[in-house]
Design a protein around this ligand. Sequence first.
Ligand code: FAD
Length: 490
Amino acid sequence: MWFRNDLRIRDNKALYAASMRSKVGGTGNNHFLIALYIISEEEWAEHDEAPVKIDFWMRNLVTLKASLDKLAIPLVIKTARKKTDVVKVVEEVVQGMDVSHVFWSQELMVNEKKRDRLVREALVKKHAGVYVEEHEDQLVVPAEDVRTKTGNPYAVFTPFYNTWCKLVETESHYLEITEMPDANPPKAKEVYAEYFKAKPPSSHPHPLDVDEMKRRYPAGEDEAHARLDKFVQEKANKYHQGRDVPQQDGTSVLSPYLNAGVLSTRQCIVAARIANKNKIQSGDDGLKTWIKELGWREFYRHILVAFPRVCMSRAFQPKTEQVQWSDNDEHFQRWTEGKTGFPIVDAGKQLKATGYMHNRLRMIVACFLVKDLLINWQRGEKYFMNNLIDGDLASNNGGWQWSASTGTDSQPYFRVFNPLLQSQRYDPKGEYIRRWVPELKSLTDKQIHDPSQALSPKDFAKLGYPKPIVDHAKAKARYLEEFKRALGFP
Ligand code: FAD
């Protein structure tokens, strides 16, 4: 079983299938299930993976190994110096350990699909007799099952979600949780003693406080399930009210676990559905809203499969590629440093400090970068990936293209967030701003949203906080003009 971004033993289709296959020879046989993980720094670099995210993955690898140890399943960890070496590494393991069957969960990204095809070809052609089995486990409903009446993939969320909900509600197999794998015969521990003794890398260097990151995001399936259960039982019914207020702890913060595959989307939906008395699109307002957000995650994955150009640096709406972006590096730099002079935008410093950013903030800072600064959304997309512990190509690209109005859905180009109104609406008391922009701590709830206007020039200068780097009204007009030009509107 080759683990990649599915670092869990529960509800893992490929792992379960591998476990069943290894039992075929009967008890006391010499068919053992072996687990493989390949560290490939070049692949991480190719996807701009954040060091905090890699660290989280490595910590989860340690807990995965502990779970596998209990099942007497050895975990073999190899390193591929170059990404093209991955094929060779798998071949070496297959040959060296006399492997007859190889299992993995399909990945959705173009490069990973290509890599898997090469591995499959190498194993099947060069190592006659080796059998490869790929499992579709990244999507709750396989891509080919969610289709419009004319048989095409959906490109708009709401009709996609309606069809998707109907399928999961009427066909129970989509939400079936896969059984746990069986343990190997105890003899496996003797045969593969060196792998049980080996220690996986338990960390990866990153710029944040190591203990703080462990405290915020402890590794492991048990932790992920404890969080899921607590959220579903204690918070989910208020999710529709609290999810948009960054200062409130109203969301699940399960994204790092979902993206490392420590938890499956299916497990989340099943837990929420049970709490919602078996309902998906109706029932409790909080639970159904939360399930719908998981639907967005699913939607962006389906988009990646149907329109792979989105993960090849292309806009979903090709016309928007005509936009002439600003190359003002100083503006970009100040956006990354939280020095734009717009307090709610600068509160996005949460990202650099914790590896995570609340969804409302992600939308605000993304819209600001694209529409106020007219900077290419792809720069923001890359910056997010470089820093997010939950960085995920499909959701990040989908979120950026939504914010930039270059993507699939209902955010028309003429809708531009006003940072002041967003601030007053979603952080009315300025609590979130105070937390992440401490220079503004002493200001009143009213002053904090727009200090350069609310204070006298003398008092404002004492704060040591920058003036707004653009005039929002003028910036909006510039952006609208440019988008209209690019889209060919009069
Ligand atoms: P909850 O509110 O508890 O939601 C539960 C789960 O549903 C999330 O963990 C996530 O898997 C999914 N989800 C929720 N909202 C969205 C959404 N809008 N799009 C897709 N899935 C969603 N999410 C990522 O997982 N990785 C990213 O790299 C990422 N980049 C983003 C970039 C931008 C510009 C924007 C606007 C959004 C991005 N999102 C991304 C989506 C969303 O912000 C996060 O999923 C969410 O903030 C994670 O917090 P949570 O686990 O508490 O979510």
